[in-house]
Design a protein. Structure first.
Length: 454
């Protein structure tokens, strides 16, 4: 893998310098890490079934004599909690330094005012230096919900969202010619999206005084929200959550309720709709509830990351605007596809809930119950990222004026391919198919109207 190659070569060179040295550093590393056996960090990709421990990441890092010596000083002067933070900081700085060998990622660091050579130096420096550089990095770069730093490289994160007309414009309408020229700035009008027409794009939120969004979702057949099963664990990590613990929020329905994004930023006002039933495909497949990150990763790899929330009919009846008709596609035709969700974009510090559409120029790869996309290229293909989970992949380019839409997949996981232990650089993308025989049968059994031939 291109991004990892320099890091792996460096580790191999250090290990090959001397078998005796390698053995000595390995033993020292184990001894140091045994003091913090419970330390864990996030898995580098949700599709990876093996959660990566801090022990494993630091094992490689501590083979460097300079880092090992600095960390040994930490052991003698810090509490276990301080030691954990110091080790996490060193792993982060080392990872960023290694990834900076990629030209695009080095440019992302430079734009944030971070000089790669100082990262490497700080990773083997004193505890104060590590804390200072770690704090600077985290202030300069966005982070995901697990605290991993995100490098805003447009070729690896959600990329190239379609340009949007002002939210005040009704689907199909256009601004006055003078305003149109200013808005489009010479871009093709056909590329633009009327976001106000995307009233089927909901967000799942934990109920509370100030509700917090956990995932995206799609209203199908006018009365159910289709989302990812792993999103339910943010509401109740141990068992299928009760309906009253969550709400669905819909855009452009005259609502005035504020929803927080996972990073605490306010979204535009939305309209809440109650949930009366909660289902997930594991009930039919006799699967264990995904109580851990590892369980969620397995679901993603199996294409079983599907949940259905039945929405409160009385709340829906009070909505001032109709919701476009979304139903399941019967096949995966060639051509363009649209990805819709509330996830992060490639813009630094973009922590608000921002409903976006991205276009893929080709159909996803079909692997049984899983749909996959590879790298989002610099030619305009879109990807997805944290917060887009549960959102939809649709046939054709979405412009916001459609009354009928065909759904092919539910966004599930960010895959392997460029993710380090502390830095989120994700390339491959996984979705649970709604077209496969098993998954469509499950959805159609609960929501027959979503599968009816129109």
């Amino acid at each position: 893998m291109k991004l990892w190659a320099p890091f792996l070569i460096q580790a191999v060179c250090i290990c090959a310098a001397s078998a005796q040295d390698a053995e000595r550093h390995e033993a020292k590393s184990r001894n140091l890490l045994e003091m913090n056996d419970s330390l864990r960090i996030a898995s580098p990709g949700m599709s990876d079934p093996n959660e990566v421990s801090l022990r494993t990441a630091a094992q490689v890092l501590l083979r460097d004599p300079a880092v090992s010596k600095a960390f040994e000083r930490d052991v003698g002067a810090m509490t276990p909690a301080e030691l954990a933070e110091s080790l996490k900081g060193r792993v982060l700085l080392s990872d960023l330094s290694a990834l900076a060998s990629d030209a695009d990622l080095r440019k992302s660091l430079a734009e944030a005012g971070i000089e790669p050579r100082y990262l490497r130096k700080a990773s083997s420096g004193g505890a104060t230096e590590v804390r200072a550089m770690d704090a600077f990095v985290r202030l300069s770069l966005p982070q995901d919900t697990e605290g991993r730093v995100i490098l805003p490289n447009e070729n690896s994160m959600i990329v190239h969202p379609q340009p949007l007309f002002p939210d005040t414009l009704l689907p199909g309408s256009l601004p006055a010619p003078s305003d149109l020229l200013k808005i489009t700035e010479g871009n093709d009008v056909k590329e633009f999206v009327w976001r106000q027409g995307m009233r089927y794009a909901g967000t799942v939120a934990v109920s509370g005084a100030v509700p917090t969004s956990v995932c995206s979702g799609t209203v199908i057949a006018g009365g159910w929200l289709l989302t990812a099963a792993h999103c339910l664990t943010a509401v109740d990590s141990q068992q299928l959550p009760m309906p009253h613990l969550m709400k669905v929020y819909l855009p452009f329905q005259g609502g005035s309720e504020v929803v927080l994004s996972p990073r605490g930023m306010m979204d535009r006002a939305m309209k809440s709709v109650g949930v009366v039933e909660v289902h997930w495909i594991g009930q039919e497949l006799k699967l264990e509830y995904p109580a851990s990150r590892n369980d969620s990763s397995i679901l993603a790899g199996q294409g079983s990351d599907l949940a259905l929330l039945k929405l409160n009919g009385a709340d829906l009846a009070m909505l001032p605007h109709p919701i476009p008709n979304v139903r399941l596609a019967k096949s995966i035709p060639q051509g363009e596809y649209s990805i819709i969700g509330y996830g992060l974009t490639n813009q630094r510090h973009d922590g608000v809930l921002s409903l976006l559409v991205g276009v893929r120029s080709s159909a996803p790869t079909v692997d049984g119950d899983v749909l996959k996309y590879g790298d989002a290229s610099s030619m305009g293909d879109a990807g997805f990222c944290h917060g887009d989970s549960g959102g939809g992949a649709f046939v054709n380019r979405i412009r916001g004026a459609e009354k009928d839409l065909l759904l092919v997949g539910v966004i599930s996981a960010l895959g392997e391919g460029g993710a380090s232990s502390a830095v989120c650089v994700v390339r491959s993308q996984y979705m649970s198919s709604v077209v496969s025989e098993r998954n469509s049968r499950y959805i159609c059994g609960l929501v027959p109207a979503a599968c009816a031939v129109q």
